[in-house]
Design a protein around this ligand. Structure first.
Ligand SMILES: Cc1ncc(COP(=O)(O)O)c(C=O)c1O
Length: 447
């Protein structure tokens, strides 16, 4: 994996991988849901609670608060790099002030949906495969009569259709393009740079939902020229309950009152302690970004540990992480297609070429008793994968019909399963998954 750290050395950093059940280790292939956590991240959380369990120095001036503050806001020019700066560097943001800490990607998406100054009739353009977190906030705004939600369909090969996209921008009132950079169903990564170029040409802003991209490949906000980017630390070896909203400086505001901002500026929708410079019984003046968006006492240990998580990934190298996941996915894809590709009841969802799917492999099984494979895999050999709709109800309901998870006839059963790899997974783990799946298929009489 890395000149300094082999995959085995990486695995030794993850306490959860040392667990055993039935005398066997866990085989964790549910990384698109959430990842395991290395000891470096756990230790940094523990250090906060044991060494300096106080609020941050942005509020109090004492010793403990200064220690917290340095670890979050520390400036390299002053000798210590805080997690906000580390995250800014991780996505190549121009300034750490463009990094807003949120609870998760969902929270970040809602902050944009509720805080962006849409004009009635503005269109927000999505793909057909958005996670509920990048669909419901927009549907809610549509219900309130603020915006119109529109969808761009993929081409015949299920790839992003840049021509149709440009046509939509030419003819529609698209104000914001909001899309998953990498799909959590298929693992497919959209042509992000071309999308921002075309959108900007027609005056639309772009938000990328980077929940499945930022943990797995280099995402450079300046090179992409993207306006907003959201992601979650729990999908990249970090603590639970921390997300990031990146926004270009000029879109986050500079005025003390939100009503005085120019028309493209995001307003903070949650207000309270930490967000205001001053207040009277009648009015208040806002702090500058990012503070105006981070209301109330924050989860300081998690914010500090977020720095430890991105440092860990950076040391491994995003390109190596991506290469490793792709090679596991190539192996899995080839084996699954060789074994079941011709059966008529097994199908890989999305592009067949593993190179287009990063570490994600989603497959559909159309057989009696198709649900329940994930539980069986766990029960038999501690193999953990995901089943269901992966929070993308709209797509599956559209493709399979609204009642597809509850078919009347046994013979109509179908279920979708997702295997998602990360840098700590091994070929051997993939082999155990394949053999266990084969055993279950045999037991069920599928083969
Ligand atoms: C593409 C995508 N967007 C958004 C989310 C939501 O992330 P979170 O639950 O951390 O807010 C997920 C989580 O699975 C995701 O895969």
């Amino acid at each position: 994996m890395n000149s300094r750290k082999s995959i085995e050395e990486c695995r030794a950093d993850f306490p959860a991988l040392k667990r055993q059940r039935m005398g066997k280790p866990p085989i964790y292939l549910d990384n698109a849901c959430t990842t395991l956590v290395p000891k470096q991240v756990i230790e940094s959380i523990q250090e906060y609670y044991t060494e300096y369990p106080s609020c941050s120095g942005t509020r109090s001036r004492h010793w403990f608060a200064q220690e917290v503050n340095e670890r979050i806001e520390g400036d390299p020019s002053k000798g210590i790099k805080g997690s906000r700066q580390m995250i800014a560097e991780f996505i190549n943001a121009g300034s750490k002030k463009e990094i807003i800490f949120t609870l998760n990607a969902t929270h970040a998406l809602n902050l944009v949906a509720l805080g962006f100054p849409f004009r009635t009739g503005d269109v927000v353009l999505l793909t057909d495969k958005e996670h509920n977190s990048n669909l419901l906030p927009w549907l809610k705004m549509q219900k309130a009569g603020r915006i119109k939600v529109d969808f761009i369909q993929p081409d015949a090969q299920d790839n992003f259709d840049l021509d149709a996209f440009e046509q939509r921008l030419k003819t529609g009132r698209v104000r914001l393009v909001s899309m998953a950079y990498t799909s959590n169903i298929t693992g497919y990564t959209i042509p992000a740079k071309a999308i921002t170029q075309i959108a900007h040409q027609y005056g639309a802003l772009v938000l990328f939902d980077g929940a499945q991209a930022v943990p797995h490949q280099t995402v450079d906000v300046q090179s992409l020229d993207v306006d907003f980017l959201v992601f979650s630390l729990h999908k990249m070896c970090g603590p639970r309950g921390v997300g990031v909203l990146y926004g270009k400086k000029e879109l986050l505001g500079q005025q003390p009152h939100e009503e005085d901002e120019i028309e493209q500026v995001l307003a903070p929708v949650i207000q309270g302690g930490g967000t205001v410079a001053d207040a009277t019984y009648h009015d208040y003046t806002l702090m500058l970004p990012p503070d105006r968006f981070e209301a109330g006492i924050q989860d300081y240990p998690a914010l500090i540990a977020s720095g430890a998580a991105v440092q860990y990934l950076q040391q491994l190298g995003l390109d190596r992480i991506r290469d490793h996941e792709t090679s596991l996915n190539h192996f899995l894809t080839e084996e699954l297609l060789n074994r079941y590709g011709d059966t008529g009841w097994f199908r890989i969802v999305g592009p067949q070429d593993a190179a287009q799917r990063g570490g994600i492999l989603t497959f559909e099984v159309k057989r009696p008793n198709a649900p329940g494979l994930a539980a069986d895999l766990s029960e038999k050999n501690n193999v953990m994968i995901r089943d269901g709709v992966f929070c993308v109800h709209a797509y599956f309901n559209e493709k399979f019909g609204p009642q597809w998870t509850r078919p009347i006839a046994h013979s109509e059963h179908r279920m979708v399963y997702r295997v998602s790899c990360y840098f700590y997974n091994t070929m051997e783990e993939c082999r155990v998954f394949l053999e266990t799946l084969d055993e279950i298929f045999k037991e069920r009489g599928y083969i």
